[in-house]
Write a protein that binds this ligand. Sequence first.
Ligand SMILES: Nc1nc2c(c(=O)[nH]1)N[C@H]1C(S)=C(S)[C@@H](COP(=O)(O)OP(=O)(O)OC[C@H]3O[C@@H](n4cnc5c(=O)[nH]c(N)nc54)[C@H](O)[C@@H]3O)O[C@H]1N2
Ligand SMILES: Nc1nc2c(c(=O)[nH]1)N[C@H]1C(S)=C(S)[C@@H](COP(=O)(O)OP(=O)(O)OC[C@H]3O[C@@H](n4cnc5c(=O)[nH]c(N)nc54)[C@H](O)[C@@H]3O)O[C@H]1N2
Ligand code: SF4
Ligand SMILES: [Mo]
Length: 904
Amino acid sequence: MDMTLPVQTVRTTCPYCGVGCGVTATVRPGTVPIIAGDAAHGANRGRLCVKGAALGETLDLDGRLLHPVVREHGAMRRASWDEALDRVAGGFASIVAEHGPDAVALYVSGQLLTEDYYVANKFMKGYVGSANIDTNSRLCMSSSVAGHKRAFGEDLVPGCYEDFELADMVVLVGSNTAWCHPTLFGRILRAREARPQLRVVVIDPRRTATCESADLHLPIKPGTDVWLFNGLLSYLAKHGHGDAAYVAAHTEGFDAALAAADADCSDPAQVARICRIDQGKLLAFYEGFAATSRVVTAYSQGVNQSSSGTDKVNAIVNCHLLTGRIGRPGMGPFSLTGQPNAMGGREVGGLANMLAAHMDLDKESQREAVRSFWESPRIAAKPGLKAVDLFRAVEEGTVKAVWIIATNPLVSLPDADQVRRALDKCALVVVSDIVGATDTTAYADVLLPALGWGEKDGTVTNSERCISRQRAFLPAPGEARADWWAVCEVARRMGFTGFDFEGAQAIFDEHARLSSWRNGVHEAGRRVFDLSGMTGMDRQAYDALEPIQWPVLRDTDGAVTPTPRLFADGRFAHANGRARFVATAPRAPVHAVDGEFPLALNTGRLRDQWHTMTRTGKSARLAGHTPEPFIDLHPNDALLYGVREGELARLTSRWGAMVARVTHGGGIARGSVFAPIHWSGQTASDARVGALVNPVVDPVSGEPEFKHTPVRVEPFVVEWQAFVLSRTALAVHDVANWTRVQGDGFVRYELAGRGPAHAEWARTVLNVDEQADWIEYDDVGAGVYRAAHVLEGRLEACVFVARRAAPLPPRQWLAGLFGQEKLAPMDRATLLAGRAPQLGPDPGPTVCSCFGVGRNTMCTAIRKQGLRSPAAVTACLKAGGNCGSCLPEIARLLVEEQHGAATA
Ligand SMILES: Nc1nc2c(c(=O)[nH]1)N[C@H]1C(S)=C(S)[C@@H](COP(=O)(O)OP(=O)(O)OC[C@H]3O[C@@H](n4cnc5c(=O)[nH]c(N)nc54)[C@H](O)[C@@H]3O)O[C@H]1N2
Ligand SMILES: Nc1nc2c(c(=O)[nH]1)N[C@H]1C(S)=C(S)[C@@H](COP(=O)(O)OP(=O)(O)OC[C@H]3O[C@@H](n4cnc5c(=O)[nH]c(N)nc54)[C@H](O)[C@@H]3O)O[C@H]1N2
Ligand code: SF4
Ligand SMILES: [Mo]
């Protein structure tokens, strides 16, 4: 880094979840940037969750893809940008010439900036002439998009974050907000502290961290949300809680929706039975909803990722329309978006069934509007393939070239082994990523190095329609270039005009101008998405752009007005201005459990990891929370199927299998299993959960049923278990199972195997020769083997083997030894015991990542000091005092310890 550069603080936006927190990065030449929350950003007002706070630990260049790579005769070699881009453009052009535009495809991501997304969409729909561009938002928000379009006539989120604070009831449906949208969850909890009448209801089959802070938790049977909300609609209508004037003036279709709801769900006792919840709790929810006018119903993947996802969305929206609770402060349905720019992708029309700027692919006049604005030679005339179908078409050979940008489908799509088969067969696979080795890049013919967070420049839109700048504060590493640049270069090389942008600001300007193009010509054709107040920004204005909520209009005096809330006037985007009720007949998940596959697999997220871990996986602090993949199920089911807590088990579905350690997190009902989504082929031998997930999709949105796949569980029999901590990454071999995770100064491997695992094996795995300083302990009879490699007095690596997992020593103390430049003689002597000489207590797994406080430490303090509240735990141990992400888990430990004390 140039040492003459001054210390500089850059305001930008977090690259992870859809809350879209403002971040400041303070860059001092030669040091790691200091990351903090931006107090001036309305989304988070200075706070960050643990992932955001750890961003500085993910910025190093280890593993980064720093130059283009191409495949030649099966082997990968470095290439110039010119060669790589020519290869992409030439490949796309010749396939289009021979097989037509629908033989090529783009598969992009809600982690792109709006500017990247805009040009990718323009390239495919306006120039290649196919709508075969889909995005991982298909897997994420597409049911909400479809639900919004059905109800409101356009993909619009009515409210804003402030509504959560103004509400008297916040209903969280299929959302683990505490872990997945933590700073927004913090806002809800702080609002409740100030106004205790605010109640939080959680509807989730699992008892998640979010439930710890809930006033009411309805642990419904997976997939029964439509019954629950139809039942609510019926209840509200029957007991006179509807707003008849609102329904008459601003909506249509109520009678049909009510008839559909009444058909199956008019009897709360019956609904409670179907949803498998206590009838008293169900009625408490219905009565509470009925009696509270300020209700926000926020929902996420438990709603969207379902074969009835769109109906779930509309069943929720119906209840808000009936009560007229929409468009006013403190109320409304609210789709929590997942990725940082899920919304931006929708604005530019990044889905295969959408057109740019909220225009419709199936309306001739709007297709022509977009084409004429672009002055493009053509425009896609029909919807393209949605993600799951797209990769099927790749396997079938009808799609012959695919360019994957900023997503890792070999891990994240359902039936993920099918994606592997598809890419294996595909004639031309192009992957743009920031990381060299991912499960998907392994199948690339051309690899293009992208700029990552902190290097790239542009805009993102969060869940509340707020457009914020992501600003660069680091130099471009190696030859990495912006994704928009690579798309424009390929377009140019294919002979397309209209891609000569000098920078992100020029693209944004075109995007903003398109949003107002032929908009509002007549009232019925008016699109709410309108950025006319943001057109004409020069570079300086774009760089200085403050967060702003769309639509952004400019009045005749030139004054610009943002829009925190939509629909205040009861006017919706359908041609007649009315919102539509949608009749939602409930239906069960497509694949039911049966004798062969008796358990329903639910998949989702952990607090401290982001998706396939290519970035969060770099931080040892984040890894401490959950170092290994797991299979969480009810203890009685474990007993029934012969698997044991702490041991390995195999989970199998009709589509694939995985292996992970069994846990009883305490929140899973009988008949269900939960597994996290984060592990890939890079971090575990067999824990890619996507391989098991059924590829069934919602018929309206095309969103996969990620939360419900029938599976069976059985023991994964091994003869030994082991772990290795090593300063350098290893090529593990002769094991039946492995996982790896980044530690502070070392890599940690958890291993299991069959056959001998003693000196010879350990030496080859750890790559040590005869001369090495190698200390070992071998008890063949007991099946115990321990060894350590010391180099010039410093611990290089250690390995511990035992017949079962339980007797292996805790990893924490050993991990601490990697911080020592020279092993203390005492530590060396007792190293192989795996315990500190003055046996310090094992802190247990990390709960508070910010201050590194373990579970055991917390439980001991709670017991010994008689702590009664999370605040008391924070006062005593600091834990929870920084980002607060662990407060729900602290709350749970308090309950468990108090319960333990009461029953002891
Ligand atoms: N820490 C972290 N945060 C993230 C992400 C991350 O990777 N890590 N990813 C971001 C992204 S892209 C997204 S999309 C969001 C997702 O955010 P969330 O949707 O909150 O997260 P998930 O864990 O996928 O699933 C939410 C819950 O749905 C429940 N569920 C399963 N089936 C049903 C059902 O039938 N009905 C109901 N009501 N609930 C059900 C699950 O038990 C789970 O607790 O998180 C964002 N934030
Ligand atoms: N079983 C199951 N599967 C799921 C889900 C689930 O709940 N259950 N959830 C689904 C959901 S909601 C989502 S959003 C997806 C997420 O799934 P993915 O999108 O596949 O996951 P990520 O790990 O975020 O992949 C992003 C990739 O882009 C790279 N990258 C990061 N920044 C940039 C950049 O600026 N440019 C480029 N070109 N590359 C970049 C990263 O290194 C990484 O390889 O997973 C889906 N899959
Ligand atoms: S809540 Fe956390 S992950 Fe989400 S935007 Fe804020 S800091 Fe980033
Ligand atoms: Mo997502």
